[in-house]
Design a protein around this ligand. Structure first.
Ligand code: AMP
Ligand code: ZN
Length: 121
């Protein structure tokens, strides 16, 4: 998958603000966050979407979603979370990704860089 931007992030060919990594998945901050702490979790193997990703990879994604939600909860104290996964015409990047989007009652105004300093280990 030469053209895939998320495969390039996995290979380290383009930079990302990495938050979590294991042999199966990578989690990093979304470059255009809907809210502070907006995180993407992707499988290290290229699978396009929900139709094509194997079940075991989904398990890996959801396990790391739990890890990331706990970390975001602890560091940022949001009032809620949304998990979003787009397919078809609403999917911009054609490499499966799960959005973890913290929700705040009061609007938080922090840059991706400021948030990264708070959340990174
Ligand atoms: P979607 O495919 O619509 O579910 O969303 C793709 C998401 O990827 C968007 O929220 C983008 O802001 C995000 N995105 C695109 N390129 C990058 C990148 N290089 N680093 C981090 N996030 C990205
Ligand atoms: Zn890819």
């Amino acid at each position: 998958m030469e053209e895939c931007i998320f495969c390039k992030i996995i290979k380290g060919e383009i930079p990302s603000k990495k938050l979590y990594e294991d042999e199966h998945v990578l989690a990093f901050l979304d470059i255009h966050p809907e809210s502070p702490g907006h995180t993407l979790i992707i499988p290290k193997e290229h699978h396009k979407d929900m139709f094509l990703i194997p079940e075991n990879e989904l398990t890996n994604i959801m396990k790391s979603a739990k890890v990331m939600m706990n970390r975001l909860e602890e560091k940022l104290h949001p009032d809620g979370f949304r998990l979003v996964q787009n397919n078809g015409i609403v999917q911009e990047v054609k490499h499966f990704h799960l959005h973890i989007i913290p929700v705040y009652q009061e609007k938080e105004e922090k840059t991706v860089e400021e948030i990264y300093e708070i959340i990174k280990k």
